[in-house]
Ligand binder design. Structure first.
Ligand code: ZN
Length: 639
């Protein structure tokens, strides 16, 4: 063969020095990563549109991180192969061909796997075939490839540096110009911190009567402040619920029900900006409370992914592969880039320490109770279990009300103790900085969770009380009564107006839902209050077949006694949540229940009218506590 005879020449010996092969590897890695970054970031909108629902996000930094990581990985592969070649005395042209083939396989597998259109073994087989074809091309063009490699490597390094500088400079400039435009804040404006405990159902908190001492610090905050005993989440999963908390609107109105928020409504952070506050968002739930989903409105600084070297690696294709393998190998005990509540605190405090001295509005999301990232800090994991826990249940495990996933529930309770500690650490850290004297802390959750109730695990699947009933505790607001407990069900859509009123600035109409401060001004209850509603979009996606929202969308409405859940296909179910919080007894087909369901369906429809823009005065008086008195249920203004 010609190439074999060519190898006998000294010039060709030079061509196959390791340095040449390394340049080949590094430049091929950079190209792999460059296309991967484009695929991640550029293809995001298309993937969301095409799949309807997509679980991972990408940020601009991926455009330089993917090439950088892929370049380093390919360099490592080249080194490892070279050692193997030397050990086995492989001929030089064969070395180049093998290296080229392996790098092509890595590149093709990476691209195919990231499309999420192939099973892993399918991607492997296809990538092998493509790599063999590419290697045949290399046999003919190896000389040209080796010549071009150093130039490609230089161009890749230049690209990575310029992209990293430009993307980070742009973010820095944006934050600084937003700060420079801030008006002067009012003298004595309070600092406000909103902590959103992701996936925390109220009935597992000792601050809400749970028998285990899961949240001693929240008990202290509730005793010194005001707690709402029956706060209702606007949805049963992170994304719509967070947008509702920030905009004061229900999901069908703000439209953020599957993949991205279009920013059609201003957030409470924007309102604080207009009051001269510095505003920061710090998220542990990096896929859903994230900049890529459009959550940054009004936040001068928003930190989700890219907070550590491990997190940066985890965002790239290779990082995702490694994380998938680690999750499989360690039962989700080790997750690269996972951001614990303590990390969220640390990033928030680091930012605050470097920020100008102004009143601040911070939103922190703690993610440690969420099954999706179930890696609570090791010391807390086994707090409520004397025996080592079995691996966490995965995927399709069948559960029933009689078979609650106790190990998961035990681990969850341990995570709650951890998060409670982190709220304490945050407030203490602010106190040490002299920032606690004029500080309001609000602690809530975006939705609850299920451990097998109704045969379901997790959330984003239904609208049962366990998924909707969340904690809501105010501490430190001016005029806040100590130890007040408000029983009336209230929605988290009232948070923006309430937070602004805490800052003394709730202008009527800025946010549609009323301020909860009315409750503590009135001593705990009011004659009438809008009924909280909750909504969950239909998700007809593979793998979700067992979920109630697979076959239709859900909406729910909560009165001081009843929970009506309407399934767009199957119709309504009705529960007396005060005596049946597990929602085991559907009363919608009883004589009283039927008429009550009809009335509540009407209330939901009125809410729907409001969601299209008309006003909704629907309020319901407190019903007498008797099933026979259901007729006295009286919607006001339901015309
Ligand atoms: Zn959540």
């Amino acid at each position: 063969m010609k190439v074999t005879s060519d190898l006998q020449g000294g010039k060709l010996e030079e061509d196959f020095r390791f340095r040449s092969l390394l340049f080949l590897a590094l430049s091929m890695g950079a190209i792999t990563g460059f296309l991967e970054g484009i695929g991640f970031y550029g293809g995001q909108a298309g993937r969301w549109a095409g799949h309807g629902f997509f679980e991972s996000t990408a940020q601009p930094a991926i455009l330089y991180l993917s090439p950088l990581v892929a370049l380093l990985v390919s360099g490592g592969v080249a080194l490892a192969l070279q050692l193997g070649f030397l050990a086995f005395g492989v001929a030089k042209l064969t070395r180049a061909r093998l290296l080229f083939g392996v790098l092509c396989f890595i590149a093709f597998f990476d691209w195919l796997w990231l499309t999420r259109s192939f099973a892993t073994y399918g991607a492997v087989i296809l990538a092998l075939g493509l790599a063999c074809a590419a290697e045949r091309w290399f046999r003919r063009h190896w000389r040209r490839a080796l010549e071009v490699a150093p130039k490609l490597f230089a161009a890749s390094v230049a690209y990575i540096c310029v992209a990293a500088l430009a993307i980070n400079y742009f973010a820095w400039r944006q934050e600084n110009s937003a700060r420079a435009a801030l008006p002067t804040a009012a003298a004595g404006a309070p600092n406000i911190v909103l902590v959103i405990l992701d996936t925390v159902r109220a009935d597992h908190l000792s601050a809400y009567g749970y028998e285990r001492k899961t949240t001693p610090y929240l008990e202290t905050l509730a005793a010194e402040g005001t707690a709402f005993d029956n706060a209702v989440a606007p949805s049963s999963w992170t994304f719509p619920s967070h947008v509702s908390i920030l905009t004061g609107r229900y999901p069908r109105e703000h439209g953020a029900v599957l993949n991205g928020f279009d920013g059609r409504y201003a957030t409470v952070a924007s309102a604080f900006e207009r009051l001269g506050y510095i505003t920061g968002g710090f998220s542990g739930n990096m896929d859903w409370f994230s900049s890529a989903r459009g959550m940054t409105g009004g936040f001068q600084h928003f930190e989700d992914g890219f907070w550590s070297v491990g997190a940066m690696f985890a965002e790239t294709g290779y990082g995702q592969l490694v994380n998938q393998w680690l999750g499989w190998a360690t039962n989700n005990r080790i997750v690269l880039g996972y951001k614990r509540a303590r990390d969220v605190n640390r990033t928030a405090l680091r930012w605050l320490d470097a920020a100008p001295k102004r009143p601040f509005f911070l939103v922190l999301n703690y993610y440690d109770a969420n099954a999706g990232g179930a890696v609570p800090e090791p010391g807390f994991r086994n707090l409520f279990s004397s025996v080592p826990l079995p691996p966490p249940a995965r995927g399709d495990t069948e559960f029933s009300p009689a078979h609650i996933d106790k190990p998961r529930s035990n681990e969850y309770d341990g995570a709650l103790v951890y998060m409670d500690n982190c709220v304490r650490e945050l407030v203490e850290a602010l106190r040490q900085r002299g920032l606690a004297d004029n500080l309001t802390v609000v602690v809530t959750a975006d939705h609850g969770d299920l451990f097998g109730e109704h045969g379901l695990q997790g959330h984003r699947n239904a609208l049962y009380w366990d998924l909707l009933h969340v904690p809501l505790i105010f501490w430190g607001s001016p005029g806040l009564p100590r130890g007040l407990r408000v029983e009336r069900p209230v929605s988290l859509v009232s948070l923006p107006a309430t937070l602004l009123e805490t800052a003394g600035q709730n202008r009527a109409g800025q946010f549609p839902a009323p301020s909860l401060a009315q409750f503590w001004k009135a001593g705990g209850d009011l004659p009438a209050w809008p009924l909280p509603i909750s909504e969950l979009a239909q998700m007809p996606y593979p793998g979700l077949e067992k979920m109630p929202n697979y076959s239709g969308s859900l909406s729910a409405i909560v009165t001081p006694r009843w929970l009506l859940i309407d399934h767009s296909v199957n119709g309504p179910t009705l529960y007396d949540w005060t005596v049946d919080p597990e929602n085991l007894h559907d009363l919608s087909s009883t004589a009283d229940g039927e008429s009550l369901s009809g009335t509540l369906m009407g209330c939901l429809k009125v809410r729907n009218v409001e969601l299209r823009g008309a006003s909704c005065p629907t309020e319901v008086s407190r019903e007498p506590n008797s099933a026979a008195a259901a007729e006295s249920f009286r919607p006001i203004g339901d015309q």
